[in-house]
Design a protein around this ligand. Structure first.
Ligand SMILES: Cc1ncc(COP(=O)(O)O)c(C=O)c1O
Length: 409
């Protein structure tokens, strides 16, 4: 089904935070790439764990069996969200960064000095730092170049992949520029040399339907708080891929997937919140199965967000002294995240002025520090980033445009 401006207005009633005002200004949350708001159903689901089964897993008593059941349901719902074969493909952790350190460390232990890992200049540090840390073990870390247009240099990617390449760690979409990377090409190139493909889908997952089996990835990570849920990291592993890895874990930890990479007691309430967020998204779609409803809902939300983002991108580019960064909106494969710089003010000064009017936008490098450096923007304070979510309205973007226009003059 399509997701229209009317659906957006309806959805806003589900998010209690959207009713909050600041000094008489309604708050406009245009900071989705940093984290989205949550619907009441997510808040209720989290609270319900504390009210009804706030006990540890694997006990022989009813509340413990209840929490086991809920954790399994959350893995199943997340598998449906990502298009995974089953719940055994889904591991949870504190956040994406922590899971990626655990994954990179485990993969690193299977590599030999001189083996290569390819990362990119466009990626968030969470998909660079854990791999760069492997250099200590003699692993060679190479980087795919970022072009000034805000897209990766795919010739450079192809040229850098060789039989020595063991991993390509690549973002699905840039949280700084909204670029969507060519995952099919990345898979072809890595397959040809037998390298693993690890995808950071943190910025992609809130904006597009995901299908890990169609993408044919080995590992994919995302984060619940970017798609209307709480702070939980998610790792998808291709069936069999995690079992082969020497993860860091206690001797008493279940050695099977998906538990093999999980450490200690998980945040059960938050994981229940992830399940509720996925259920919430599915409500906006039609279909016989949860998967069908999710794909339908995300397809509709993607089109709605793309149209709004294209509108904002076109209007803001017309303002004097404003420069937009990253690709335009000609392709539907463009995340609804628009970053700009102003000739007259730093991004930080603009964000502060907008913040005082209740407009929540981020400035800086958003941990995509390398990309901001490569674009030559680090010294000037980086980018001003606007993110569009399912609950974003055109009126909010017009308010933002008015605020920027005042400063751009
Ligand atoms: C593209 C991208 N990757 C990774 C991360 C890190 O996610 P987490 O905060 O769950 O560690 C973020 C967070 O902003 C992100 O935007």
């Amino acid at each position: 089904m399509s997701f229209t401006a009317l659906h957006c207005v309806q959805s806003r009633r589900d998010f209690p935070a959207l009713a909050r005002a600041h000094h008489g200004h309604a708050l406009a949350y245009l900071d989705g790439p940093g984290g989205s708001q949550v619907p009441q159903t997510v808040i209720d689901a989290i609270a319900d764990v504390y009210a009804s089964c706030n006990v540890n897993t694997h006990g022989s008593f009813p509340p413990s069996q209840e929490v086991d059941r809920r954790m399994q349901a959350a893995r199943q719902a997340t598998a449906a969200f990502l298009g995974a074969a089953d719940a055994a493909c889904i591991s949870f952790g504190q956040n994406m960064t922590t899971l990626n350190f655990a994954l990179a460390g485990a993969i690193g232990r299977t590599l030999a000095p001189g083996d290569e890992v390819l990362i990119t200049q466009l990626d968030h540090e969470a998909n660079r730092g854990p791999w760069l840390a492997l250099a200590e073990r003699g692993i060679v870390i190479r980087e795919v170049r970022l072009l000034p247009a805000g897209v990766l240099d795919y010739e450079d990617m192809a040229a850098q992949i060789s039989p020595r390449t063991k991993v390509l760690a690549l973002g699905a979409s840039s949280n700084a520029l909204g670029t969507v990377n060519d995952l099919a090409l990345a898979r072809r190139l890595t397959r040809a040399v037998g390298a693993l493909l690890v995808i950071d889908a943190v910025h992609y997952a809130p904006h597009f339907p995901l299908d890990v089996r169609a993408l044919d990835v080995d590992f994919l990570l995302c984060s619940g708080y970017k798609f209307y849920g709480p702070h939980v990291g998610i790792l998808y592993s291709r069936p069999g891929a995690l079992a082969a890895l020497p993860t860091t874990r206690l001797s008493v930890q279940d050695p099977d997937a998906p538990y093999r990479i999980e450490t200690g007691t998980l945040n059960h309430a938050a994981i229940e919140g992830v399940r509720a967020a996925i259920d919430y998204i599915a409500r906006w779609g039609h279909g016989a199965t949860l998967r069908e409803r999710l794909v339908d809902a995300m397809t509709g939300i993607a089109a709605y967000e793309h149209e709004l983002a294209a509108y904002y991108h076109g209007e803001v580019a017309r303002l004097p002294g404003v420069r937009t960064w990253g690709p335009d909106f000609a392709s539907p494969l463009r995340a609804p995240t628009v970053s700009i710089t102003l000739a007259t003010h730093s991004a930080g000064a603009v964000a502060a002025a907008l913040g005082a009017q209740g407009i929540c936008v981020w400035d800086g490098h958003f941990y995509a520090q390398k990309a901001v450096e490569v674009l030559g923007l680090a010294a000037g304070g980086g980018l001003l980033r606007t993110g569009i979510s399912m609950y974003t309205t055109r009126e909010e973007l017009d308010r933002l445009l008015g605020g920027i226009a005042q400063l751009a003059r």
